[in-house]
Design a protein around this ligand. Sequence first.
Ligand code: 5GP
Ligand code: MG
Length: 175
Amino acid sequence: MDIEGVLFTESEIQARVGSMAHEVAGHYRDEPCTVVSVLKGGFLFTADLIRHLTMPVSLSFAAVSSYGSGTTSGTLRLDLFPSGLEIRGRRVLLVDDILDTGRTLAFLRDRLIAAGARELKTCVFLDKTSRRTTDFRPDFRGFDVPDVFVAGYGLDFAGSYRNLPHIVAMRPRGS
Ligand code: 5GP
Ligand code: MG
């Protein structure tokens, strides 16, 4: 696979992040919230988003890996999770790079609610709606993307490209 083309330029990304931050800020008003960023892919979007937020924000991280057969159908394992104090009784905003089947965020959402979050909202930059296998719906989302493999702006291809300031579509092998 190599790069097929640019899907979103750096300026398109930054404009959308700014408008999403406006929506998020309108929801929280001046109330504090805990942002839980999903590693590794969600870190760039989270960093850009929270710089626009004006309410008190505390920052935590979560990480999930999939193991077992294949990459998408394996069992999910929690690798990193915020402490109870960071979540209990708080309004929590779960932030990730891309929503695909919805399994990762549904899994984390359920755990954050079980950890005592007072309110749980989800925010994703990209949404592959056509691939959804759960009834998961994000509260805030940036762009819809077609069913292609994307990289850049936090998203990797075989461990690389997370540092690209724009988002590219990868060309499937053999085409
Ligand atoms: P889900 O659990 O919703 O199926 O998968 C979400 C996770 O799959 C994302 O956090 C991301 O790590 C990964 N993912 C899904 N689609 C893509 C893609 O097109 N490119 C990259 N780099 N990761 C993806
Ligand atoms: Mg991810």
